[in-house]
Design a binder for this molecule. Structure first.
Ligand code: SF4
Length: 451
């Protein structure tokens, strides 16, 4: 039986016939779902997952295809599909996903965001902002060690990325791996990926982040799951930063041992988003925007958000990011939220970012995030210089990459075809030494849930 908040998909039959070119196929899907709800059809768990996938896909096709003429009835159908997919897959009941509404509208914490964003004004005192952010960080994550031993210092999680593949069907105008680039591409097999991970393990890094372009034929769920399984067996705590996946795909990765998903929206400015992502699956704004909803529903412990600075007005993007994070926290209060604000330093080819974010603004953006989200993990990568990392780490950063290479096979095989250049080229040991001298306790692994 449909619940009070879940209208039967049957009630949309006329609307589907009037608006959907594939109406009969959709109606058959709706009928099958309702028969399972009514107990008239018994489905195995595998069949239920497959059916939930199809309902989920239908919903995103609806969001994409009818976006320009969106009506209240489309919204009701989208919500009903979301609830039906969750129920078929036996996921915990949650209200329908509404990330788009969340990032576009004032949230219950709007006053907090506005107060944090006021520090982005050039005449706001940067020294005072930095001191406030540092106080908040110390209160939440502990003080720096009083001497240069690192003993008793604030924990700083170290990690490194592993680039699995430069194959990609997307056309992101700011990326050197985009489909149109005539570059030599590489895709690591499972053994090669394990080889990369072993190098990082030798350096002490147990938290490893897997990245890949979007190339469905190669980047299958089975491929990622196999790599995750192999690495978990070696003692790695892997997370993924890959193209958005279906809930079932994230669930398979979580079951294999993945601890988190990082998925940057790049920009929340939808018009600019469309211009930067003209072709390929990434052109679908909603599919990307709700990726972390799906990761959360799949049980991932850590949800990583961010924007690519340079693509749009940073203040507007930061506000949308805060609303998005608040929305995710509301849905998944037990998960760890992590933020990163990569900025485009050296764009490939002729692309010139229209909003150059200077160092001062960059520091303000991170500090504003710390004030708004005292408990969140703030991540800073080796895209930034040693000077910038030394400046920001004591103020608000809790997680740093180290020893990074952005080329597939770059650790074990020494390949150099990198996605973008890195600026902090110190080894992991050098970064750890620097952290100890600065009063941190370098941490090599994510603590188990709840600690
Ligand atoms: S940013 Fe990612 S999705 Fe876009 S072209 Fe580059 S690798 Fe592909």
């Amino acid at each position: 039986m449909p619940t009070k908040t879940q209208p039967s998909l049957r009630t949309f039959a006329d609307w589907i016939r009037a608006t959907d070119a594939h109406a009969e196929r959709r109606l058959a899907l709706a009928r099958q779902s309702e028969q399972i709800f009514d107990g008239e059809e018994i489905a195995s768990e595998i069949e239920r997952v497959a059916l939930a996938d199809r309902l989920e896909r239908w919903r995103y096709q609806l969001l994409n295809e009818r976006r320009d003429e969106w009506t209240a009835e489309d919204q009701r159908l989208a919500d009903a599909l979301d609830l039906a997919a969750g129920r078929i897959a036996r996921r915990p009941a949650r209200p329908p996903r509404h990330a788009r509404r969340a990032v576009q509208n004032a949230s219950r914490a709007e006053a907090t965001w506005e107060a944090a964003l006021a520090w982005l004004e050039p005449d706001a005192d940067l020294a005072e902002l930095s001191a406030r952010a540092a106080d908040v960080t110390a209160a939440e994550f502990g003080p720096l060690a009083p001497d240069d031993s690192g003993v008793g210092g604030r924990r700083m999680l170290l990690y490194a990325p592993i680039y699995l593949s430069s194959y990609c069907v997307n056309h992101c105008v700011y990326c050197g791996f985009n489909y149109a680039k005539g570059i030599q591409r590489r895709h690591l097999g499972v053994e090669e990926a394990v080889g990369e991970a072993k190098v990082l393990l030798c350096w002490g890094l147990k938290h490893q982040l897997f990245l890949a372009g979007e190339f469905p034929r190669l980047h299958t769920t089975e491929y990622f799951v196999e790599i995750i399984r192999r690495l978990v067996a070696l003692g790695v705590r892997p997370a993924v930063e890959i193209a958005p996946r279906a809930t079932s795909s994230y669930a398979a990765m979580a079951a294999a041992g993945a601890c988190g998903v990082t998925l940057y929206q790049e920009t929340y400015d939808e018009r600019r988003y469309a211009r930067y992502h003209p072709r390929g699956p990434k052109a679908s704004y909603d599919w990307r925007l709700e990726g972390l909803d799906r990761a959360g529903d799949a049980g991932m412990e850590r949800l990583g958000l961010g924007v690519l600075l340079g693509l749009a007005d940073p203040r507007a993007d930061l506000l949308a990011l805060m609303r998005h994070a608040d929305y995710l926290h509301g849905r998944f209060p037990d998960r760890t939220l992590a933020f990163s604000l990569p900025r485009i330093n050296e764009p490939p080819g002729s692309f010139r970012p229209p909003f150059v974010v200077d160092d001062e603004t960059f520091v303000r953006l991170y500090c504003a995030l710390r004030l708004a989200f005292p408990k969140a993990q703030l991540v800073l990568s080796t895209r930034e210089s040693v000077a910038m990392r030394s400046r920001l780490a004591p103020i608000c950063i809790t997680q740093l990459s180290a020893g990074s290479c952005t080329a597939p096979g770059g650790y074990a095989q020494g390949t150099t075809d990198a996605q973008f250049p890195i600026h902090d080229r110190r080894s992991v040991a050098e970064v750890a030494d620097w952290l100890r001298r600065a009063g941190f306790a370098p941490a090599w692994d994510i603590p188990p849930r709840g600690e």
